[in-house]
Design a protein around this ligand. Structure first.
Ligand code: 5RP
Length: 224
């Protein structure tokens, strides 16, 4: 199967995962990226079965609206019963690296409000140790050089993602050559650097379930 077919398979499986949560007043949390897009496209057929969604990016909000799904401001919604999103890497604890699409901060905010985080990913995303994918760090623009120097002190090789401005008006540093032994500690350590908005480690709030697209079918994995 191709990677696209595996993404389609997990998007379909995610529909089955959220279906029990769909009621007239349900507001779903929706992530960002090519896997999340496939989920959004499938959700369109169920748009009359729930109230709408909060989105982790302007791109996803636009896609949802394009399907006739109402998009709510997070501040007008209480908790979100389920958040569905992809990942750039995920380990056995269902800790993740996210932010390949530069939406990490809003993704982390929606995830924090979610009672349940459903991660959807193809098999290439499952890793033993996080860090093969360069870890994104969202920074306030004027702090970029300072934060980069601090990241070097921690052992990373940060690279400015040229030409990218996040939905929050900030910039991204991608940390290369930065294998992460203790994701929870590193997430907190990076967030403590002045000028960092957030980083792409999702360990303090990992996923509750991983739907992993493999050649053998979609595996439903819980945190180790
Ligand atoms: C965007 C993300 C995405 O979830 C992540 O990049 C995975 O994307 P894709 O589904 O296209 O592989 O974190 O900021």
């Amino acid at each position: 199967m191709t990677q696209d077919e595996l993404k389609d398979a997990v998007a379909a499986a995610a529909i089955d995962e959220v279906r029990p949560h769909l009621h007239r007043d349900t507001v779903l949390g929706i992530g960002t990226g090519s896997t999340a897009n496939r989920f959004i496209d499938r959700l369109a057929a169920l748009r009359h079965d729930f109230a709408g969604a909060v989105a982790s990016s302007e791109a996803s909000a636009e896609r949802l609206r394009g399907h006739g799904i109402e998009v709510f401001e997070l501040n007008s919604v209480g908790t979100v019963p389920v958040y569905v999103d992809g990942a750039d890497e995920v380990n056995a604890h269902l800790y993740m690296i996210k932010g390949g699409g530069a939406a990490l901060t809003r993704e982390k905010i929606v995830a924090a409000c979610a009672e349940r985080f459903v991660c959807i990913a193809d098999a290439s995303k499952k890793v033993e140790c996080l860090g093969g994918f360069p870890l994104p760090v969202e920074v306030i623009p004027m702090a970029r050089s300072y934060v980069a120097r601090e990241l070097v002190r921690l052992g990373a090789d940060p690279v400015y993602r040229q030409g990218v401005t996040t939905d929050n008006g900030n910039q991204i540093l991608d940390c290369f050559d930065f294998m992460i032994d203790d994701p929870q500690a590193m997430e907190a350590r990076l967030n403590a650097i002045v000028g960092v908005v957030t980083n792409g480690l999702f360990a303090a709030r990992g996923a509750d379930v991983l739907l992993l697209g493999t050649e053998r079918g979609v595996e439903r994995l819980l945190p180790a």
